[in-house]
Design a protein around this ligand. Structure first.
Ligand SMILES: *[C@@H]1O[C@H](CO)[C@@H](O)[C@H](O)[C@H]1NC(C)=O
Ligand SMILES: *[C@@H]1O[C@H](CO)[C@@H](O)[C@H](O)[C@H]1NC(C)=O
Ligand SMILES: *[C@@H]1O[C@H](CO)[C@@H](O)[C@H](O)[C@H]1NC(C)=O
Length: 970
């Protein structure tokens, strides 16, 4: 039987008795400490008098989402729109005035007069802006906050492929692609609705459209008819089809009929909803202005470049960040951390970076370490040892800042005091501090729009780094999260609840689909453990759960109001995922106020973007001249300039492994190419089979990190023998192709085109590939076809471009035999991930080692995959992998044709490692003469139409790329 190997390791990991192996001890400590943390925060003295946040304070006012309310007015039916007058041509476009035809005041108060600006900003970009003439209460998203592209070239009218057409009354506009005559976007037939708390416009779409983008959500890659997207940053663990952490109001419309693609970006930070139907798309905004950008493409990759360069190209990541990252919530002590690091070494699984979740903090306060569990000197020794071994350390930093109790003289927290002095925190409308609650208890929230916040934040980071020399930062809880509704601590901050009113990291009780089959003999054992565990009452939860359940009333308050309106309970209720849809649940309230008077309502989804920006700039001070490395949970257009993103709190289940691919592809087009998810799953327990498949899949994502939940079983790749092997196999490929991967990340930083790509981007004229989201490409040359389901030993995949294209198996170098559109069944026993190389491409490699630094010191290799006519090409980019301003770099172009491979190095970065090997796939017949430069190489192998030569070091002593090379086979 395929999965006969028992997960013996995991089972003992659950046992309460302590066994001798360090890994077993670790697992046991996970268990007992999760009990500790639900009793009291570890360093708190008073276990008996734990004050918990009142449960009523966590419940908002029930809102009835408009989309589910059958009696809700349809703005298109009740509103009449505007009429356009005074249209004038300007140097770059048009200007006109829109006057309200008839009041409708459907979900707010209509603006009577609007200005319309049409601007041809470049040959590729057209901007339409519609904003009220009277801007008194209108939030204008500042261009120094979210980049606002301007006019790049004059006289673009004739150059642009986009034509703006309009109807004056009722006003509507249409964008037509000149070269094809196709309507790309049209509001014809529906009124423009423009009110203080509700803006709506529609476009028609052709039947059978293929729309992607519009995030963040856990959903397939395509936004198909029937989808309702809610865009509002939300702290929630990855529910399917709901609003989660980030907001990306951009869609890409790939039109197979004309082979053209365009993109539409709405630059607005308010809560939004987008409804996609068979032939239309409706966009609703709860405020701000209409600031829409149309990108002409015409290819999908053009659209990505045009969009991403508009919002800001992604930063170039440090080389080391491409190594493997291990994390978990539940590395409870610094000893435990050392143990994990050692275990990786022992099992010979490359570990580049170890991460810590909130376990290391002193009572969950940012920039602190727990004196008992992470005593500073011990902790520093762990980090120093990592650095000595070319490894790295990344801590979590939470968004909210602990508010100490002024009545408790020993409750000293200078980071808070400094922030108060710097006026760095969000306020209530009355000017008092806005006080919510997160892990440490009552908390305040940095105000990224206040002038003193950056310096305060930078100082906190710089000071802390002197104690804890981290290499990057992991930003969490930054939607921004608060566990209570409203400023719940404002009146109560002296009675600080020491931790939130629920178990911190209670036990995970679920297992992946198929677990009962692969682990049938062990199931009763697991069940008995879970029973005992889940039926042990936890002291802290009794305090909150015994409080009588609060009666929740549907809010009668969603009333219209003048000015900025009713910001806490807007008349149009979005389908916000949180319990009762109140905008303030698990978040700061919409009326939390910034230093300049801006309210959270206007910039809610920008909070995570703000902290990522500030952290990037702080890290430039912490580690001068080193590229900052940041992974953030909440993102917005432009976040990619400062950091990457992980997919959030997914679950250890097959569905989430599947969804990781569309989520990654979406983040690619959002300009955040450094993306990965919690490999093996975060919530719930993983199992051997899922973790085996996922460790292999994750190896091909840009960001590769294993992370899980406090109460779940251990899931480091060494926990199961089969996972250890599978991981080593996949990591060997990842580390071997690091030069290729890094070159792709470099390209992403220059063009916006992400490393991880959809088949529909590389083969845009084949409609049958549009829906493929179970396979993906790394760059243009590597196709990954993972197993995404339990209990199978095969996988189906397509081979795009055949028969013109040839695809070689990565392991055997055999060309795949596949017909156009054929769903080929590939063998995929556990531990094997299908990877194919595309003919026509050349991949630079390095011999894999334990860390990226050591890999960089190894010999180079070149893999040439010939296409049908015996040609191939490729590129390599090299630099020191860490400088912010790169002074020396090297680009090597590779060309193979007619039996010769040429290398063309240019640049000033010195590479001293020699070339070790060359492998050529698809060589028709055994060559009789093989040579490198003038030297005849007699020692070569020719197997499976693959020519391999090794031991070339002596011929390239000055470094593989010191001079141009010619390698020939005749
Ligand atoms: C604030 O304190 C009062 C008195 O102890 C209590 O009744 C109330 O529930 C507290 N509010 C919150 C939000 O915890
Ligand atoms: C989407 O919105 C429509 C209302 O426009 C509603 O009828 C439908 O149930 C919603 N679909 C989902 C999946 O929520
Ligand atoms: C689109 O591209 C495909 C493949 O190259 C081609 O067969 C088709 O004719 C093209 N369609 C148009 C309208 O150009």
């Amino acid at each position: 039987m395929l999965f006969a190997k028992k997960t013996a390791f995991a089972i003992t990991a659950l046992a309460a008795s302590v066994s001798a192996s360090p890994a077993h001890q670790k697992a046991t400590s996970t268990f007992s400490t999760s009990v500790i943390s639900s009793t009291a925060s570890a360093t708190s003295s008073a276990t008996s008098e734990v004050i918990s946040l009142a449960q009523w304070a966590t419940i908002g006012v029930t809102q009835y989402p408009n989309i589910f309310d059958p009696s809700a007015a349809d703005a298109n039916d009740v509103c009449s729109g505007y009429s356009l007058t005074g249209l004038k041509t300007t140097e770059t476009g048009l200007y006109g005035r829109l006057s309200l035809l008839k009041e409708c005041n459907v979900y707010g108060y209509d603006f009577d007069e609007l200005s319309l600006f049409v601007e041809y900003q470049s040959a590729e970009r057209l901007n339409i802006q519609i904003q009220p003439v009277d801007l008194t209460y209108v939030y204008i998203l500042p261009d120094n906050l979210v980049s606002k592209p301007g006019v790049e070239t004059l006289t673009p009218f004739v150059d642009s492929d986009l034509v703006f057409a309009y109807t004056a009354s009722p006003f509507s506009f249409t964008i037509i692609r000149k070269s094809t005559g196709e309507i790309l976007f049209s509001t014809a037939g529906n009124p423009l609705v423009y009110e203080n708390q509700f803006i709506q416009f529609n476009t028609s779409l052709p039947k059978g459209h293929f729309i992607t983008g519009l995030g963040e959500s856990i959903h397939g890659f395509q936004q198909e008819p029937g989808v309702n997207k809610t865009l509002y940053a939300n702290d929630v663990g990855d529910p399917i089809d709901a609003n989660i952490y980030g907001v990306h109001p951009i869609y890409v419309d790939q039109r197979y009929g004309t082979n053209t693609t365009h993109g539409v970006y709405l630059r607005n930070s308010h809560a939004q909803e987008v409804l996609i139907r068979e032939q239309s798309l409706t966009w609703r905004l709860l405020g701000g202005t209409l600031d829409i950008y149309f990108f002409t493409g015409p290819t999908v990759k053009d659209v990505i470049t045009q969009y991403v360069s508009t919002i800001g190209l992604p930063n170039l990541i440090p080389y080391w960040s491409l190594g493997f990252h291990q994390c978990r919530w539940g590395y409870q002590t610094s000893d435990r951390l050392s143990e994990v690091i050692e275990n990786f070494r022992k099992f010979d699984i490359p570990l580049e970076t170890i991460w810590t979740d909130i376990d290391y903090m002193d009572s969950y306060k940012d920039f602190t370490t727990d004196p008992h569990r992470y005593p500073l000197e011990k902790f520093q020794a762990v980090i120093d040892a990592l650095h000595a071994n070319h490894q790295h350390y990344i801590p979590i930093v939470d968004a909210a800042i602990y508010h100490p109790s002024p009545l408790n003289k020993s409750d000293i927290y200078p980071v808070f005091d400094d922030g108060v002095a710097a006026e760095a925190f969000l306020k209530n409308p009355d000017g008092s501090l806005y006080i919510g609650a997160v892990w440490p208890g009552y908390t305040v929230y940095p105000d990224w729009l206040a002038s003193g916040t950056q310096d305060w934040w930078t100082k906190a980071m710089v000071d802390w780094h002197k104690k804890v020399p981290f290499d990057g930062i992991w930003l969490d809880m930054n939607e921004v999260s608060s566990f209570c509704v409203g400023s719940c601590g404002s009146k109560n901050y002296t009675q600080n609840p020491v931790h939130p009113p629920f178990d911190v990291g209670g036990p995970a009780t679920t297992f992946p689909l198929g677990f009962n089959i692969t682990n049938s003999t062990d199931l009763p054992y697991y069940n008995s453990i879970w029973y005992t565990y889940t039926h042990t009452p936890s002291p802290s939860s009794t305090a909150s759960t015994t409080s009588t359940s609060t009666t929740v009333s549907t809010d009668p308050m969603n009333t219209k109001a003048p000015g900025k309106g009713n910001i806490n309970y807007p008349p149009y209720a979005i389908n916000h995922q949180q319990g009762n849809h109140d905008l303030a649940v698990h978040a700061v309230s919409p009326n939390a106020t910034h230093a300049d008077g801006t309210v959270d309502y206007e910039v809610h989804s920008l909070w995570g973007y703000g902290i990522t920006n500030a952290t990037y700039h702080a890290l430039l001070e912490v580690l001068p001249d080193k590229r900052p490395f940041i992974i953030s949970r909440s993102t917005f257009p432009g976040s990619g300039r400062w950091g990457g993103h992980w997919g959030g709190d997914n679950s250890a289940d097959w569905a989430y492994m599947y969804f990781s691919i569309p989520q990654a592809l979406s983040f690619g087009l959002f300009g955040i190419p450094m993306f990965g998810v919690d490999v093996c799953g975060f919530n719930g327990n993983t199992d051997m089979e899922l973790c085996n498949r996922w460790m292999q899949l994750g190896a091909f994502f840009p960001f590769y990190r294993n992370h899980n939940y406090l109460g779940a079983i251990d899931q480091e790749p060494y926990v199961w023998e089969s996972v250890t092997e599978a991981t080593r196999t996949a990591m060997a490929i990842r580390y071997e192709i690091l030069p290729y991967y890094y070159t792709l990340m470099y390209e992403a930083s220059k063009t916006g085109i992400p490393a991880m790509r959809a088949l529909s981007w590389e083969f845009p004229y084949d409609k049958s590939l549009a829906s493929v989201e179970t396979q993906f490409l790394v760059g243009e040359a590597i196709l990954v076809t993972p197993v995404l389901a339990p209990l199978v030993d095969y996988v189906k995949g397509v081979f795009p471009g055949v028969p013109d294209e040839v695809w070689y198996d990565y392991y055997t170098h055999e060309p795949v035999s596949a017909g156009p559109g054929e769903n080929v069944t590939l063998s995929a026993p556990l531990g094997h991930i299908n990877v194919h190389i595309r003919g026509g491409y050349i991949i630079p490699t390095q011999k894999p080692a334990y860390t990226t630094t050591e890999t960089r010191k190894n010999d180079w290799g070149i893999t040439v995959a010939l296409d049908k006519v015996g040609s191939a090409q490729g590129t390599l980019y090299v630099d020191d992998g860490e400088s912010v301003v790169v002074e020396d770099s090297l680009v090597v172009d590779f060309v193979a044709t007619h039996g010769s491979l040429y290398t063309f190095p240019r640049g000033t970065y010195d590479v001293c490692q020699p070339l070790g090997s060359i492998t050529v796939l698809g060589v028709d017949s055994r060559p009789s003469v093989v040579s490198l430069g003038e030297t005849i190489i007699s020692n070569f192998t020719y197997v499976n139409n693959t020519l391999s030569v090794g031991n070339l070091q002596s011929l390239t002593r000055a470094g593989a790329w010191a001079t141009p090379l010619v390698f020939s086979w005749k």
